[in-house]
Design a protein around this ligand. Structure first.
Ligand SMILES: C[S@@+](CC[C@H](N)C(=O)[O-])C[C@H]1O[C@@H](n2cnc3c(N)ncnc32)[C@H](O)[C@@H]1O
Length: 311
């Protein structure tokens, strides 16, 4: 499906001449990437098992992520015994970056506000070595079923699953004096970064949806900051490229809360957040946010920001 005119115009405004390369990438198939689940198997043992199946494996920029170079049948990655046993999680490389920035540690108390189907919750649990506590929340029951099944498959044991509107759970917990060391807000978004893997995104794309999502994202980040401990870390991420859902949300948080945007380093090529968009100028700190463009690493598109609550 051809992208809508307004979508093309907006990407042109963000990328200029380079937008041709972006649109070329939207037509390319995504690489087959898996994340080793260290809760169940070592990296080396998994590589050996997959090689024994005849699969060609290649390292990626992130040690726990492997690329399967062999041609596989549709669905074969998900049907493999090693997948059913929870030895790996099928996850796009860019989607593994938010937990890296969150840096979860064994023993911490972490809230994953919008957690289903659990790509990042299972990665966070793995990084915590199944110690400490994660509250994995989502509002949609069908997606929660997938989350629970992924947690079981991956041997995650440090997670409490809740089904609530994140705005409500954050408000209730903060009111009862419960605050988190770290929070991930992997927000519902227009998904512009995922059009390579999901053609329905282009069909659904419209500017009103972006405005509606931006308003929700501002509410989500606000309530998450309310239930974060002083000096706590909040990672905000989306798989979209619209400034309204990204820099504008971070700018809103900077205007309304005592937070700062911290610099981060990632194993992928990233670009700084933009400070000007359609007549608006954002706080200079949004430059510390990271934009992952599909054409830079041959991945999906992503946006990530790391906020520190000052008090
Ligand atoms: C980008 S997806 C999350 C992906 C997930 N973090 C992962 O890595 O697998 C956004 C999620 O937000 C959930 N969601 C939307 N509005 C919500 C709300 N108000 N409160 C909690 N979850 C919400 C959706 O059901 C969806 O599962």
């Amino acid at each position: 499906m051809e992208p809508k005119k307004l979508f093309v115009e907006r990407i042109n405004a963000l990328l200029g001449e380079e937008s041709n390369i972006f649109f070329d990438y939207t037509k390319k198939l995504l690489k087959k990437i898996i994340r080793v689940n260290l809760l169940k198997i070592s990296r080396q043992d998994l590589i050996e098992k997959l090689k024994n199946k005849g699969w060609e494996i290649q390292n990626t920029a992130y040690r726990d992520a492997l690329e399967i170079k062999s041609k596989l049948l549709p669905g074969q990655l998900g049907k493999a015994l090693e997948h059913h046993l929870g030895y790996y999680y099928i996850q796009e490389l860019a989607s593994m970056m938010p937990p890296l920035i969150l840096e979860p540690k064994a023993g911490e108390i972490i809230l994953d506000c919008c957690a289903a189907p659990g790509s990042k919750t299972t990665q966070i649990a793995m990084m915590m070595k199944n110690q400490g506590t994660i509250i994995a929340n989502d509002v949609k029951i069908d997606r929660l079923k997938a989350l629970v099944s992924n947690l079981e498959r991956c041997g995650v044991m440090n997670t409490i699953v809740t089904r609530m509107n994140a705005l409500t759970i954050c408000k209730k917990l903060a009111k009862s004096g419960f605050f988190f060391d770290k929070i991930l807000v992997d927000a519902p978004c227009s998904g512009e970064g995922t059009i390579r893997g999901d053609s329905t995104i282009l069909k659904m794309w419209n500017i009103n949806m972006i405005k509606r999502l931006s308003a929700l994202q501002k509410k989500l980040i606000s309530s998450a900051i309310e239930c974060l401990k002083p000096q706590g870390t909040l990672v905000y991420s989306t798989c979209t490229l619209t400034p309204e859902e990204n820099e504008s949300v971070i700018d809103f948080a900077l205007k309304n809360f005592n937070v700062r945007v911290e610099k981060i380093k990632l194993p992928l090529k990233t670009r700084p957040g933009i400070v000007k968009w359609q007549g608006q100028t954002f706080n200079e700190q949004v430059k510390n946010c990271h934009r992952i463009w599909p054409q830079d690493n041959n991945t999906e598109g992503f946006f990530i920001a790391k906020l520190r609550k000052i008090r």
